[in-house]
Design a protein around this ligand. Structure first.
Ligand SMILES: NC(=O)C1=CN([C@@H]2O[C@H](COP(=O)(O)OP(=O)(O)OC[C@H]3O[C@@H](n4cnc5c(N)ncnc54)[C@H](OP(=O)(O)O)[C@@H]3O)[C@@H](O)[C@H]2O)C=CC1
Ligand SMILES: O=C(O)C1=N[C@H](C(=O)O)C[C@H](O)C1
Length: 252
């Protein structure tokens, strides 16, 4: 661990998990950060305030993340969140907590892969030009949730772009003979979740119109792919009070 005067003091929640382990390594290797707390299931959160963490990074579970956030915001600690499960209701709740703590920032990013952020931006841009669009997300089989946070966020962006362009429902005469055969319906966009050994995190957005298709695909082949985005979030969150959703505005 480094200990420089200017270092950002970082605590990691979910530190023994797949992402948490990678984040601990990345923070430890970053010259401008100090890894001051590594906490996982069963550890007491107060240890992070004793360690004077300025920023928490949370990669835990959808069940755990809200309690962690509540605690951190109350303590005046900013948080970079990768954990999934953020509904509009949850985001409103976080905004409410932050309203009482004006200097504190929370970044909730469905995907920290820079390529994945671009994939979502490209999909939102393409959405107005095509009659049909479906999302196929593919992940490792130990993932706890489906559909993925990334696919849900992409579906919201696409639905918003289609609505702004005045597009109606997509053409689809299919009667679903077996429940789930057509995937989940998220804001009118079908999302198909694949889970298979060997995969890490992958997503295709398939657009179609008469006589043509466009496929936008992103692959995270290793969890190191998320680290530049996580470190960027840690560096910027202290200057961004309030709630930020998605890494996009941190990349400008
Ligand atoms: N935004 C992004 O770019 C990415 C987001 N993710 C998301 O991040 C989350 C974590 O993924 P992943 O690392 O693969 O999952 P893991 O299951 O490998 O890691 C989660 C860790 O959090 C621990 N944990 C559970 N509850 C608490 C708690 N209350 N306090 C502290 N730690 C706790 C778990 O312990 P135990 O196992 O004992 O329960 C586990 O060690 C998921 O929601 C995933 O979708 C993943 C990759 C990228
Ligand atoms: O659980 C994962 O692995 C991932 N979760 C996030 C999601 O649900 O979108 C981000 C990435 O896809 C990896």
């Amino acid at each position: 661990m480094t200990n420089q005067a200017e270092s950002i003091r970082v605590g990691v929640l979910g530190a023994r998990g797949r992402m948490g382990l990678e984040v601990c390594k990345a923070v430890d290797a970053a010259g401008d950060m100090e890894l001051v707390a590594m906490l996982d299931q069963g550890d007491e959160l107060f240890k992070a305030s004793e360690a004077h963490a300025q920023v928490f990074v949370d990669f835990t579970t959808p069940d755990a993340v809200m309690d962690n956030l509540r605690w951190a915001v109350d303590q005046g600690i900013s948080v970079v969140v990768g954990t999934t499960g953020f509904t509009d209701e949850r985001l409103s709740q976080v905004r409410e907590w932050l309203a009482a703590k004006p200097g504190v920032g929370v970044l909730v990013a469905p995907n920290f892969g820079l390529g994945a952020v671009l994939m979502m931006q490209f999909a939102a841009r393409a959405a107005r030009y095509f009659d049909s669009v479906e999302i196929i997300e593919q992940h490792h089989p130990r993932k706890l949730d489906a559909p993925s946070g990334t696919s849900t966020h992409t579906a919201h962006l696409i639905a918003q772009a289609r609505a702004e362009a005045g597009l109606g429902p997509m053409p689809d005469a299919t009667k679903e003979e077996v429940d789930g055969a057509r995937g989940a319906d998220i804001d009118g966009v079908r999302v198909h979740s694949v889970r298979a050994a060997g995969l890490v995190a992958h997503q295709e957005v398939l657009f179609g119109s008469l006589g043509e298709t466009l496929t936008i695909r992103h692959d995270s082949l290793d969890r190191v792919s998320f680290m530049p985005g996580v470190l960027l979030g840690v560096r910027k969150i202290l200057e961004r009070p309030g709630l930020t959703v998605g890494l996009d505005s941190f990349l400008d």
